[in-house]
Write a protein that binds this ligand. Structure first.
Ligand code: PXG
Length: 457
């Protein structure tokens, strides 16, 4: 249903865009005006395009608009901060009120003693910070040979050089190298695609023990850290078997390495806790965060580090030559503070855990009977639907990845944003999504699955 007027200058804007704008993650060589979607407005869980179509945003932007669109309060907080002190830096002993308050607030929400907060501008540069802290920490402790960071295949940790190298996306590794040395990857706990005939829990243990094997391969004295998302998001909402995390935690505790949880997607209520680490009872030494920290109203990221370890580092390492012009940007901090205030005031974390995630799980699961669907899995407000030509074998379509793209386009035409990761449809709606909107999401998804099945069967 079109509820907003058409956008008058759409064609002119699209033309200008095509001429000068280089899109993120886009094949620019084949992009044309017909494919361009011009998004003009948003409210709650919906966005509007320039043709006036109202579209349910099943992705909360890019897994980030946790409190939903149209929060004037956040705009007002940022605006007030911009009028008072739009910018000042946090280098060379300067500070300001929003950064101090936000650091305190984040420290109060993180698990364990992760009470020392370094500010960044995104998830990617937060993971650059993680890499630099991990190596500098060990060097400060007189172990400069502990430089290797273990990450996982098919993980996503960002688009900067550290983000790309830590990430396990082969396509990204193939562009713009050489990558950063001393970053290695172990297999992921993706049972649906890689579990074969194994029992999921047995498979989870095996994939956890790959960490131990990798540590032994290099020697513990060479390993700085292990970095992983509690649930891989961009990799396809890969929810590890229950056996996986306890075993990984056992290994991390027994070995002299840091564990960094990349909570860029899992943080700020997505899994029904403030952090995915709380949901899975992980004890990270570091958490990287972004996205839901400000619900993407302004760009900001952070790394929370163990206070005890930070004190060791401060005592030995001297000045840490690291920081971004916009580290702790006051206007972004003000937006993040207001965002967290909204999440707390409206009880959104508890709402996800106790109310809406169970409904989301039950309703999305109804799609499992569709002939093209091999599996539906959810955790918190993350969901994935595996598209396959026949169910029990978990066999994939030929040209793995094309059917997902077909389905994604049908979703959009049917008024729903879902991401396709290869042939997995993934979704990550705003935390404020209502029960009626979940019905809308499932109905539109079913229609899109029908359209896809009709096209490919
Ligand atoms: N870590 C994780 C776990 C992420 O999901 C980043 C780091 C990097 O954050 P920034 O703010 O630098 O983008 C991310 C980002 C997708 C998609 O299509 C996913 C992300 C970003 C853009 C697209 O799934 N995740």
């Amino acid at each position: 249903m079109n509820t907003k007027p058409n956008f008058p200058d759409a064609d002119a804007i699209k033309k200008t865009n095509l001429k000068h704008h280089w899109h993120a993650f886009t094949d620019m060589g084949s992009l044309d005006e017909k494919q361009l979607r011009l998004i003009t407005q948003a409210k709650g869980s919906h966005i509007w395009d320039s043709d006036g179509n109202k579209i349910l945003d099943g992705m909360a932007g890019l897994w980030c608009v946790n409190v939903g669109y149209g929060r004037d309060e956040i705009a007002d907080a940022a605006s007030a901060q911009m009028k008072e002190l739009p910018y000042y830096n946090t280098f060379f002993k300067s500070t300001h009120s929003p950064v101090a308050q936000l650091a305190e607030k984040i420290a109060s929400l993180t698990p364990g003693d992760l009470n020392r907060i370094f500010f960044n501008t995104s998830g990617s540069d937060s993971n650059d910070t993680v890499l630099r802290i991990a190596r500098a920490y060990w060097a400060g402790k007189g172990k400069p040979e502990k430089t290797i960071v273990i990450a996982r295949k098919n993980a996503y940790h960002g688009s900067t050089m550290a983000g790309v190298t830590l990430g396990g996306m082969e396509a990204m590794h193939s562009q713009g190298g050489p990558l950063i040395p001393d970053i290695v990857h172990i297999d992921q706990p993706y049972w649906y695609d890689e579990g074969g005939d194994m029992d999921p829990e047995e498979f989870g243990l095996m994939r956890a023990r790959a960490l131990e094997e990798e540590i032994d391969k290099h020697g513990e004295g060479r390993i700085a850290a292990f970095i992983a998302e509690p649930i891989q998001g961009a990799g396809g909402v890969i929810i590890p078997p229950e056996s996986y995390w306890p075993e990984v935690m056992r290994i991390c505790k027994e070995r002299d390495i840091l564990f960094c949880a990349d909570e860029v997607i899992c943080g700020f209520g997505r899994l029904g806790e403030w952090f995915g680490s709380i949901h899975y009872d992980l004890q990270p030494d570091m958490i990287s965060m972004a996205k839901g920290l400000s619900s993407a109203y302004l760009p900001i990221g952070a790394v929370a580090f163990s206070e005890a370890r930070a004190q060791e580092m401060f005592a030995t390492a001297g000045e840490f030559f690291h920081g971004y012009t916009y580290s702790g940007h006051p206007s972004c901090c003000a937006a993040a503070l207001k965002n967290i205030e909204i999440i707390e005031r409206e009880g959104l974390v508890e709402r996800v855990r106790d109310h809406i995630a169970p409904i989301f799980a039950e309703k999305l699961q109804t799609l499992a009977d569709h002939p093209i669907v091999g599996e539906v899995r959810t955790r918190g407000l993350l969901g994935a639907i595996e598209l396959v030509p026949e169910k029990p074998s978990r066999k994939r379509f030929e040209n793995y990845g094309t059917v997902g793209t077909i389905c994604r386009d049908h979703c959009f035409n049917n008024g729903l944003v879902m991401r396709a990761v290869r042939d997995s449809m993934v979704c990550s709606p705003p935390l404020i999504i209502t029960e009626e909107e979940i019905d809308e999401l499932v109905a539109k998804a079913r229609k899109s699955l029908d359209d896809t099945w009709a096209e490919v069967k």
